[in-house]
Design a binder for this molecule. Structure first.
Ligand code: CP
Ligand code: NVA
Length: 309
């Protein structure tokens, strides 16, 4: 397993380009059928705190821990004392006495940071309102499987300047992949996130751009990515967003501007005929289920790196 300077996996911004490439290489190794059951985390236990719903994250972490010889424990915030107001700081110190690692999916990035600060075990970010680093690691793995070297390739992200947009910008910048974000006015990624990604990109030679024109973003791209228009926690805005995101659908017309052998990506779950049409989602360029599978392999690489002996 690669050695990393970080104890936790909170955002890709904390990882160097080399560390990210090492994690990707390890993930590709662990994906080989003969390596599926390497007992690298024998007897170790991962706790998984969920304050939002999940299919992929929960199941891939749980399956991954079992395949590595360990165990994972689902901790719904509803059913633990967290839901009754026990603090994150107390929870962190209690759980550190039982577990070897903690994954958390929650709203505020600050909650993940607080958990990490008070835990004596590694903490992994399983999605916040700001970031989704596990997804992006799986996405970079998927891109690598398709294109090999990512330097000089271009990813277009069409839609909401949300957790996926932020993490994709940072991840792309770290590995030297160009990224163009197209978002409606008012839904651009926060300026500080764009500044951060552009600062990272300066060192790696990647180009990070933000536009309001989906065609401009997609032009000459190797991959097109989209995500839901209303994320978890934004359900009340869903109708308004349908209007505001008109013209930002990934459909047959838009993808014509990409390279002929482009791939279509989506973190899932998807809303058909909203952010993407069914023909694109199910079409020959779509790699959505490879991406979903790669969550397992990418996270096993993170688990082994942070929790292995
Ligand atoms: N992409 C993703 O994180 O999916 P889940 O919400 O199902 O975990
Ligand atoms: N942006 C979405 C991603 C889900 C994996 C959300 O936060 O709901």
């Amino acid at each position: 397993a690669p050695t990393v300077a970080q104890e936790d996996f909170l955002s890709l911004k904390d990882y160097s380009s080399e560390e990210i490439l090492d994690l990707l290489n390890l993930a590709i190794e662990l994906k080989k059928p003969e390596n599926k059951h390497l007992p690298l985390l024998k007897g170790k236990v991962l706790g998984m705190i969920f304050e939002k719903s999940s299919t992929r994250t929960r199941v891939s972490f749980e399956a991954g821990m079992l395949q590595l010889g360990g165990h994972a424990m689902f901790l719904s915030s509803q059913d633990t004392q967290l839901g009754r107001g026990e603090t994150i700081a107390d929870t962190a110190r209690v759980l550190s006495g039982y577990l070897d690692g903690l994954m958390i999916r929650t709203f505020h990035q600050s909650a993940v940071e607080e958990l990490a600060e008070f835990s004596s075990i590694p903490v992994i970010n399983g999605l916040t309102d700001d970031y989704h680093p596990c997804q992006v690691l799986a996405d970079l793995m998927t891109l690598t499987e398709h294109f090999g070297e990512l330097k000089g390739r271009k990813l277009a992200y069409i839609g909401d300047g949300n957790n996926m947009a932020n993490s994709l910008m940072i991840g792309a910048a770290k590995v030297g992949l160009d990224i163009a974000i197209a978002a409606p006015k008012g839904y651009e990624p926060q300026a500080e996130m764009v500044d951060l990604a552009q600062a990272i990109a300066k060192d790696t030679g990647s180009v990070v751009t933000v536009t309001h024109d989906p065609v401009e973003a997609v032009k000459n791209s190797d991959a097109i990515y989209t995500d839901v228009w209303a994320s978890m926690g934004q359900e009340a805005e869903a109708i308004k967003r349908l209007n505001d995101f008109a013209g930002f659908q990934v459909n047959a017309e838009l993808v014509q501007h990409a390279k002929a052998d482009y791939i279509f990506m989506h973190c899932l779950p998807a809303h058909r005929e909203e952010e993407v049409t069914a023909d694109i989602l199910e079409g020959p360029h779509s790699v959505i289920f490879q991406e979903a599978e790669n969550r397992l392999h990418a996270q096993k690489a993170v688990l082994v790196t942070l929790m292995g002996d």
